[in-house]
Design a protein. Sequence first.
Length: 130
Amino acid sequence: MRIGEKLKGRITGIQPYGAFVELETGTIGLIHISEIRTGYIENIRDILHVNDPVLVQVMDYDEFSGKASLSMRTLEEEKHHLPKRHRFSNDRYKFGFAPLAKSLPTWTKEAMNFLSQNQAKEETDGETEK
């Protein structure tokens, strides 16, 4: 048994904190309530029942005790591929620092012009106050 492996099993017991599963390999595992499905679960018994067949994914396996931590949620999330976000711009065609390096001379020139204009304005304002 390996972590990430998908196995079939059968629910053997239900507790408020999770469901026990006997896997096809004979190993006993636990599906914690947070790993049953995405979202809040008020009562596990509304979703799972004893003797229900389930498909689970191994999240952890303790070789010493022979017990496994299982998940149904990870298999559910595999089905839902989130689409890439669409940006309403063409910035996906610009990569790395090249656009910044290309724009730096223009920005420097604009900043120097702005500073010289402000300095000239301050000098004229200073002369009018005298």
